[in-house]
Write a protein that binds this ligand. Sequence first.
Ligand code: CA
Length: 417
Amino acid sequence: MTASWLDLPPDHPFGLATLPYGVFSTTDPDLRRVGVRIGDFVLDAGVAAEFVGMESGICWAQPSLNHFLSLRRPAWTAARAWLTEVLSNPAHRDGIEPHLIPLSEVTLHLPIEVADYVDFYASENHATNIGKIFRPDGEALTPNWKHLPIGYHGRSGTVVVSGTDIIRPMGQRKAPSDAAPRFGPSIKLDIEAELGFIVGGGTELGSRVDIDDAADHLFGVALFNDWSARDIQAWETVPLGPFLGKSFGSSLGPWVVPMEALTAARVALPLQDPEPLPYLRGSGTAGSGTAGSGTSLFGLDVHLEVRINGTLVSSPTYAGMYWSPVQMLAHLTVNGASLRDGDLFASGTISGPEKHTRGSLMELTWNGQEPLTLDDGSTRAFLQDGDTVSVTGWAPGPDGAQIGLGEVVGTISPALT
Ligand code: CA
């Protein structure tokens, strides 16, 4: 594999095989522009591109990735090839090196101006666990679950960048034993460890994205924490779905890892039985029942770690997720809904079959009945004020390289009562 003239260790999670995009500023917070992480530096991409005479570099002199996202797959591919060339060919070192800024000297911002935001529910283990907890007397999975990727439209304006404090939400709750609803700070504040998929290449209202074209609109992946107030959620959700129990804040990681960096991490999906309707089948998979064996459907071998105040509480793996991101994207446009540059859709909580791979406290503590013990000896059923939750992630890259997804972190601050 090509090596960078930065001389990074081969297993560095932000080596040449990763090259994620973010938005940063240095001394002036209003001077936000696109940066590319390499090692523990951020390449001031627009300035570097201008210096080297790469015309399309102007798309990086922007306060979000949205303009770059609008340029579509060929431009994304060309940009990555250019970055790889200038960061590996020593002939470019003198021109590029002055535009590398130590990570410690930058402030990272939300990488995209979030257009529309959808949250899916693509883990069978998560959906089953939640079904058992919320509907103990019914079927764990709803009848539609294996026929379509279930999702809801969330609140794009409250997606915040990693590091932003999360204010404990106020709201209504009503436990089964309560005679009437109460109002106050949520007492069941939770996390949901997810992947966020960043979409580019807008589409016309009334058109739909064919599943075999869906990957062309998938720009990249960032870590995502869908903070959830379980008590508010339980009382408000039936019959129209998640609302204020979710919309008070969702944290997005600062680094968007291009899908091209995750080629080696593609894995087959679990067996999809019953076979989904044709619009959710990729080419080469019809009839086989084994999605992911064809060219268009895939899962991702991404490994996450969830920590509360430094204690590792869960290690979810994305590889077992039931629905492919391309199925999610095809489904969300099948009714003619248009895509916009900067759309974000999240996978839903990533939970595996084992207890230590569950991606929410709701599941890890079984709705608070089995509290966790942290390294300081304290216990948690749900989050307390002052708690810091970190989700980190990585994936295998080509030739043994590691693809870092970075970290999404947030600290709970008290409710504004
Ligand atoms: Ca979620």
